[in-house]
Design a protein around this ligand. Sequence first.
Ligand SMILES: Cc1ncc(COP(=O)(O)O)c(C=O)c1O
Length: 396
Amino acid sequence: MMYDFQTRINREGAGSFKWDSMQAANPEVSSNVVPLSIADMEFVNAPEIKKGLQKYLETAVLGYQAAYPSFIEAVVDWQEKRYGWSIQSDWLVDANNVVSAIYAAVQAFTEEDDGVIIFRPSYPPFGNAIDVNNRIEVGIPLLNDEGYYTIDFDKFEKAAAEPNNKMLILCNPHNPVGRVWTKEELKKIAEISVKHNLLVVSDEIWRDFTMPGYEYTPLATVNDELASSLMTCTSTSKSFNLAGLKLASIIIKDEKLREKFQAELELMRGGVVGPLAYKGVELAYTKAEPWLDEVVKVIDTNQNLVHDFFKEKYPKIKAPKIEGTYVQWVDFNGIGMSDEERINFLEQEAEFFTDHGIKFGEEGCGYERINLALPTEILRESLERLVDALKEYEQV
Ligand SMILES: Cc1ncc(COP(=O)(O)O)c(C=O)c1O
């Protein structure tokens, strides 16, 4: 490995959401424990980005700033180089983050009481964006065949055909279940959406984490007819651990749709981006790809570790392998605790801090989502601590 993905970092007291929520859940937590919840990485940023920003700061003027040619070129080139997706620079809209872009999309493209379809379990802000805007959530449970999730196309088509349902928010690759939707699945989604005039918001923030042997396909590339009703959300916040920079690149080919979205974003002042964000994202896309490629290998090692560890040491817990993302959706139903008992046990006894499945909808009952973006040895320690605590609990 060219980069260091094994050093333990300590973000205690630094305002990290993940570390602060661990402290809040268990103020007595042991000092060596690293949380496995909220999806950012326990890795320092790529040296290419850090050094590049240092150099930039020597002469930069940190004033009001818009996108500039080398930034735009970096974003456009990434789509082409990694995914063979040719986009034009004027399709890009800068937003502060993907979540605020999704909120703006719900407001821009639907009316109060319109139905918005999501596949559950689902990343919680999708449901929140629907609820707080007084739209109606149409949650379609994914089909779960022993941990392998697929879309219930019959239910989806029925929901799409319902005239009140106007939008689909898709997550590809899917957080939390870790599927990378195949080209065939995406074609079906696109076909149904076009047929029933659904506006599609495709959140593809996790695409750079596609595990070896799987292929991510941008939804935009599978069906030309969908272009007039599609918005794709991309960002470096997951890929390069840059969530704190606050810049997402939203890609909308259709001019009318784009203008409508921009107008809504403007109302929220949701696309005002700073110079360090532009430069950081430009550096990520142009200089830090080798770092990302190594992180993906670490994630793959870590997901195999989690899968094999439970299989060998504690088979009541099941951790199917993931196809994409850096979170693993782990089935704790076999341990025979209610959600409340399990959450209390994990946080207070096992010092194992994860995102609780119930946050992702009722389909997440009995599940925990484990963040895999941390040094492998710390992950192993955490798993051992959990299984030791479970064995002790069983003896009492
Ligand atoms: C599916 C999905 N979309 C969006 C986000 C957050 O993106 P941002 O920080 O750009 O709002 C996450 C973070 O975990 C996510 O899982």
